[in-house]
Design a protein around this ligand. Structure first.
Ligand code: ADP
Ligand code: MG
Length: 323
């Protein structure tokens, strides 16, 4: 049982950033309006995620760590219409197999909740405790019992960079949620939760967005696209500033990036990449979310139409500003 868990854990838990991703996705799924993330030593020593979401019922706290325990999949068909971020019930057991976990959660405002402690997949504690509504989960000493995996970790700075990327993506995908990230006590990211996407972009990229970002807005029968694209002075030498969000999920899609670049480069023919955040909304049946939980790829059922629509919307947004 332990060995199986550790092997499966390798698929989900690659590095501290993968833990942060899974935990924050759970917090988003729980309906939280505030999600605080605290890491130490790039996440290798400690990862702590606190949310004010729905919480976990007292009787379900231990079950949440059983393999394939998920409250998010009603039937097989749902796999094709995935709205919530997690859907396989793999994250918590996988993380608990390779670390020391402490979960405190309460599903109501009684002030009472449950604490669960698990080390290397073994249950150490399961008690009632005082707890506000929401969930607080602490991961200590990631990979302490899998030294081979630990050896592959890069520098603290590299691991922290991946953790930050995960947080940036979540913050961009959910401007309505207040996110914070602290590393060794220093605040690296703080989004307000009420300032909208522009404020999130400002917090992440540290720019005066009100002048530098052009709003994007378009809609047809199948798609709605909103977001912002930066003026030429904000361009970069790589695509690191190009973000795409579909139905609240950060994804990567070359076709959409190409559509943005075609629109951008016709007007501004330069060998650079824009700062751009595309928010797309569509019926879930129009997008096939890759079934591997850690992957960012998606497939669209009407890809050509979608790409044309995005390119045209971008052209219009840019033509109004640049001329
Ligand atoms: P999945 O997200 O795929 O369902 P996880 O292993 O990530 O699987 O989580 C297992 C279950 O634990 C979830 O389905 C959910 O019911 C519960 N859970 C985990 N984290 C939270 C949280 N922060 N708030 C509320 N419920 C949570
Ligand atoms: Mg999950």
């Amino acid at each position: 049982e332990h060995i199986a868990n550790q092997i499966a854990a390798g698929e989900v838990v690659e590095r501290p950033a993968s833990v942060v991703k899974e935990l924050v996705e759970n917090s988003v799924d729980s309906g939280a309006s505030k999600i605080e993330v605290q890491v130490e030593e790039g996440g290798l020593e400690l990862i702590k995620v606190t949310d004010n979401g729905l919480g976990i019922e007292s009787d379900d706290c231990e079950k949440a760590f059983y393999r394939h325990a998920t409250s998010k999949l009603a039937n097989g068909r749902d796999l094709f219409q995935i709205r919530s971020l997690g859907f396989r019930g793999e994250a918590l057991p996988s993380i608990a197999a390779v670390s020391k976990v402490r979960l405190v959660s309460s599903a109501d405002d009684s002030g009472l909740g449950r604490v669960i402690a698990i080390e290397g997949g073994t249950l150490k504690e399961n008690e009632l405790t005082a707890a506000p509504q929401g969930t607080d989960i602490t991961i200590k000493e990631l990979f302490y019992n899998t030294p081979a995996r630990l050896k592959y970790m890069k520098t603290i700075q590299t691991e922290l960079g991946h953790v930050s990327d995960v947080m940036y993506r979540q913050a961009l995908a959910h401007p309505e949620i207040s996110f914070s990230l602290r590393h060794n006590g220093n605040t690296l990211l703080q989004t307000g939760g009420s300032g909208g996407l522009l404020q999130v972009i400002a917090a992440i990229y540290g720019i005066n967005t009100s002048k530098a970002m052009i709003p994007i807005e378009g809609e047809n029968l199948d798609y709605r696209v909103t977001g912002f694209i930066g003026l030429p002075e904000l361009t970069r030498s790589s695509r690191t500033g190009m973000s795409t969000i579909i139905n609240g999920r950060y994804i990567r899609n070359t076709g959409l990036q190409q559509s943005v670049l075609r629109a951008y480069h016709t007007l501004l023919p330069i060998n650079r990449y824009p700062l751009v955040v595309l928010q797309l909304e569509m019926h879930p049946s129009l997008v096939d979310v890759n079934v591997h939980p850690a992957k960012l790829e998606v497939r669209f059922s009407k890809e050509i139409e979608l790409n044309a629509f995005v390119e045209e919307t971008l052209r219009q947004a840019l033509s109004q500003q640049v001329l």
